[in-house]
Design a protein around this ligand. Structure first.
Ligand code: NDP
Length: 303
């Protein structure tokens, strides 16, 4: 090992839907993964050996690291994390990229006012579960859309959502949303796209806002999907639609991290993780995001 290099043992590896996009040879905000190179992503790891004064053996760090049991990384690419008050894995979820995404989508784009109605799709996942709770903190009526009755129950009973629906078993999505959101929809935080989004959009109020965060229902599509043409409706109802990538807000991460940490330590934000154990389970965990086997953040713990 050279000076300023650190030997790391992976502890928690994050699997995320955006990685699917990196498996296509297309122009995007991150370059595609390369064949014969390891997949990289957010990893929490232990320092095994350090050639840097900034890190000592036993420190817990986070970084963009390869999917590997062990790796050597430059010290400048790593950040030491606090592990006494908050579980280290939270740095990959509520206090990591998914939590920051929820924060900016709600606080900067959706901007729900007290009493307004906020709908979250992909509500029981890493981003959605946080987005819904932040909207509740703002005093909104919050409805979550997700893929099972158990997840609906969890959203209402554990996370304080006012209403939830299972998009896989609801036959008339548009009407059911209208029935649950009696005052229409003021903010839509979209994680999924497709038919779910078409149904929400037809319930949008005048001057409503869409935080376009993810479109997971399209990530495996081989062709550009077609569906209802929604732009005329956005025009006539003066709807604001903004697509965003969390990295757009990198200059405000400190602010968001401080606020999320405060809400977590005060017990105002709760969190859930689905942790699968074993390095060889990484592909199953990643694919599970697309069949919805996770509640909250999906992680793989490396033994
Ligand atoms: P999740 O933890 O929400 O996991 C994905 C979930 O998506 C699954 O659990 C499943 O839940 C749901 N899902 C899968 N396939 C479909 C489908 N065809 N239709 C509807 N729902 C589906 O992942 P994240 O919270 O990490 O990410 C959520 C979204 O946010 C993704 O689209 C992701 O790409 C995006 N994202 C965007 C960021 C940004 O910067 N803009 C940053 C981070 C994430 P269910 O049981 O409900 O179907």
């Amino acid at each position: 090992m050279k000076v300023e290099e650190i030997l790391l043992k992976s502890w928690y590896i994050s699997v995320d839907p955006y990685m699917r996009g990196r498996m296509n040879e297309v122009k995007s905000y991150v370059p595609p993964f390369q064949v014969d190179q390891p997949i990289t992503g957010r990893v929490v790891a232990r320092v095994i050996e350090s050639k840097s004064k900034s890190f000592s053996e036993g420190d817990i760090v986070i970084g963009n690291l390869p999917w590997a049991t062990y790796c050597i990384e430059k010290a400048e690419k790593l950040r030491k994390i606090e592990t006494h008050l908050i579980p280290p894995s939270y740095n990959l979820g509520i206090l990591g990229m998914p939590g920051l995404t929820a924060y900016f989508g709600i606080m900067d784009i959706g901007k729900p006012k007290e009493g307004e109605t906020v709908v979250i799709s992909g509500a029981a996942g890493a981003v959605g579960i946080v987005a819904g709770q932040i909207a509740k903190i703002q005093g909104s009526f919050v409805m979550g859309i997700t893929g099972s009755d158990d997840k609906c129950k969890m959203l209402k009973e554990e996370f304080g959502f006012d209403a939830a629906l299972n998009y896989k078993t609801t036959k008339t999505l548009r009407k059911t949303i209208a029935g649950l959101c009696k005052n229409g929809v003021d903010v839509y935080f979209d994680n999924v796209g497709g038919e779910v989004t078409d149904a929400v959009v037809s319930n949008l109020n005048f001057h409503s806002r869409i935080a376009l965060c993810g479109q997971i229902s399209h990530y495996n599509s081989l062709r550009i999907p077609t569906g209802p043409v929604i732009l005329p409706m956005l025009l006539t109802r003066s709807v604001m639609l903004q697509g965003f990538i969390v990295g757009n807000y990198s200059d405000r991460f400190v602010e968001a991290y401080a606020q999320l940490t405060q809400w977590v330590t005060e017990g105002k934000l709760k969190y859930k993780e689905t942790i699968i154990r074993g390095f060889n389970k990484l592909p199953d965990a990643f694919l599970g995001l697309f069949s919805g086997i996770n509640q909250g953040k999906m992680l793989v713990e490396i033994e």
